[in-house]
Design a protein around this ligand. Structure first.
Ligand code: SF4
Length: 431
């Protein structure tokens, strides 16, 4: 339900597609569900993603696996996801360090439907459990029930605080809905850990509109612990994609990205991934799994999974895309897997650099090919060298643990470099 990509925009960029859609640190234990130690069937640290493919309306920019005319399938869909989760747990799925309900719009499910899935997911102590929520769905009863079930982090799909920009995006909640949602979050004990998703670059959005959105979000009471801000993308096959008059302007988006970074940094948020900023200790642990090539298991249609193999390779696979095909497979006792791939060590190494470069920790200098490219990119102000100790202490990213590799200097993107992350990565890799 996040922007074009956070519903998938939390997606790792280099092929490691996020299961779908969108991201405080979990409180110890989780009410209402199984909590286990590492002895539950494998090493702790893996994540679980659950895809909910229902939305109230289809946003014109959205290319995610979600539908606005299938809510009649919700009961059967939940039953199928429960069956898929139970089978995985029965086969030794490790307790999850993070659980993420994305979509789609998880808040389109009833609280009971969502909790009936969550209660089957074995969770490690202190697991982070996030659910994406539309502001207009964020009522006190739903949020209290989520909290009771073990959700300890809510990601609100705000997108903009300016009505004309919301209309341009095809979204219809009002700024008042966001404030009401935040009040309800605080009442449910979720006010200190919530995140807000924003989109910039809609046609008709001025720089003043974007600044108004940023300041209004920072003025929420309580303010979010975490902010994701994504540039609008004209995805092929969407109404936005087929209307060139509404495509975002790259220069406008670059200026808005820089403004977001300045405003958020001055308010005490640190960037820890290109599109993500957090207060100290509030980085999204689930998304960090994607960016660090961690293991995760996806449930539901279109959900992706990633598993490390003992021989240095990894396996990535994904479920069939539509809820109908998914339901048919699972309820017949067949596998819902729609495809997959094996990743050899060389591919994994290239992806690791591409993913790490998107983060504040950057890449170990020793992992990059030699040559003049690095010096040139440095002269252009696109990358910088930082000391490993400085990176390890980055305030927004404490959950990632100690740095691997050598303790030599690390290469990371400057603010300007973040605007050109893909190009810089290709040049650093010499491809
Ligand atoms: S709320 Fe809009 S952007 Fe988010 S998943 Fe649904 S249709 Fe896509």
């Amino acid at each position: 339900m996040k922007g074009p990509g956070s519903d998938g925009r939390n997606a790792p960029p280099a092929g490691a597609r996020h299961p779908s859609g969108g991201e405080a640190r979990g409180r110890a234990g989780s009410a209402g569900g199984p909590v286990a130690g590492a002895a539950g069937g494998g090493p702790p640290g893996a994540g679980v993603y659950v895809h909910i493919p229902f939305c109230a309306r289809r946003c014109g920019y959205c290319a995610f696996a979600t539908w606005d005319d299938r809510s009649q399938l919700a009961d059967d869909y939940v039953a199928a996801v429960r069956r898929e989760v139970a089978a995985a747990v029965g086969s030794g799925l490790a307790p999850a360090a993070t659980v993420f309900f994305g979509g789609g719009t998880p808040s389109r499910l009833t609280a009971r439907q969502l909790s009936s899935i969550l209660e089957l997911v074995l969770r490690a102590p202190g697991a982070e459990v996030t659910a994406e929520c539309n502001p207009e769905d964020a009522g006190a009863a739903l949020l209290h029930a989520w909290r009771e079930a073990g959700v300890n982090r809510v990601s609100l799909g705000v997108q903009s605080m300016v009505p004309s920009v919301l209309a341009s995006l095809g979204r219809y909640h009002s700024g008042g809905a966001v404030e009401g949602a935040v009040e309800a979050l605080a009442g449910a004990g979720l006010g200190d850990s919530y995140s807000v998703d924003l989109i910039f670059g809609a046609v008709g959005e001025s720089m003043g509109d974007w600044e108004r959105t940023l300041l209004a979000v920072l003025g929420l009471d309580p303010p979010p612990a975490h902010v994701s801000a994504y540039g609008l993308i004209a995805e092929p096959g969407t109404p936005l994609g087929s209307d060139p008059t509404r495509h975002p302007d790259p220069d406008d988006q670059a200026a808005k990205y820089e403004l977001a970074d300045e405003v958020l940094e001055s308010a005490g948020y640190s960037w820890y991934e290109i599109s993500n900023w957090s207060r100290p200790g509030a980085a999204c642990r689930h998304n960090q799994l994607y960016w660090s090539q961690g293991e995760y298991r996806g449930f539901g249609c279109a959900a992706h999974s990633h598993e490390l193999l003992a021989d240095g390779r990894a396996r990535r696979w994904w479920n069939v895309r539509t809820p109908e095909r998914y339901l048919r497979s699972v309820l017949r006792g067949e596998s819902p897997v729609g495809g997959g791939e094996l990743l050899d060590p060389a591919t994994r190494a290239a992806e690791r650099i591409g993913l790490a470069l998107r983060t504040v920790r950057g890449v170990d200098l020793a992992d990059l090919p030699g040559g003049d490219e690095l010096a040139l990119l440095g002269e252009l102000g696109l990358v910088e060298l930082v000391e490993a100790a400085e990176v390890a202490a980055a305030p927004g990213d404490p959950a990632a643990g100690p740095l691997g590799g050598s303790q030599r200097s690390r290469v990371r993107l400057t603010r300007r470099g973040r605007l050109l992350a893909s190009e810089v990565t290709l040049r650093l890799l010499g491809t």
